[in-house]
Ligand binder design. Structure first.
Ligand code: PNS
Length: 166
């Protein structure tokens, strides 16, 4: 067995924001490798803007300079995906108290599903504590400027989609 500590950072990432990027980069302080895992299942529940492959592509482009970060999509249970990848830590960002109940429930359920799974919550940079993908989607679709909130690759795609000059 390898000594490498692999963390999985799961989510919908529709699209990845600077808040996600911050949390993923912070994870490298304790993980040797971070797998950013884009869930198919969450996509069915929420209305999506980008398809899953495009979300993965944007994450890969965002971390093109950081080989310790990989992006993949997954179907089914997160714990099964994590186990198959050799990851035993889930990383989630906690922005505010309002995130807590949902996150706590998921953390306990994931550990119930696989006892080897721990969830680590990271606080984002204060600058990003109010950011969410859904707000980014809404602002972009209404013609607002989302440049301060998303990586350049996401901005380019949103501008293309909504006919804004880059
Ligand atoms: O960014 P999101 O939408 O808050 O992420 C939610 C996500 C993808 C982490 C969660 O829905 C998930 O883990 N889905 C995979 C299916 C699963 O394992 N469900 C049980 C979780 S307790």
């Amino acid at each position: 067995m390898s000594d490498e500590r692999i963390a999985v950072c799961p989510g919908s990432f529709d699209p990845i924001t600077l808040g996600h990027e911050d949390i993923i980069r912070r994870s490298l302080r304790f993980a040797d490798r971070v797998i950013v895992a884009v869930a198919y299942s969450a996509t069915h529940v929420k209305s999506g803007m980008f398809d899953v492959d495009e979300r993965v592509e944007m994450i890969r482009e965002t971390f093109a300079d950081t080989p310790q970060v990989q992006a993949m999509s997954f179907q089914g249970l997160l714990v099964d995906f994590a186990k198959a990848q050799g990851a035993d830590v889930i990383v989630r960002g906690l922005r505010a108290v309002s995130d807590f109940e949902y996150e706590f429930q998921m953390a306990l359920m994931n550990r119930r599903l696989w006892d080897g799974m721990e969830t680590v919550f990271l606080a984002p940079d204060l600058e990003h504590s109010y950011l969410s993908s859904s707000l980014v989607r809404q602002i972009a679709s209404l013609g607002g400027d989302v440049a301060p909130f998303v990586p350049p690759t996401v901005l380019r795609r949103l501008n293309e989609r909504f006919g804004r000059p880059s």
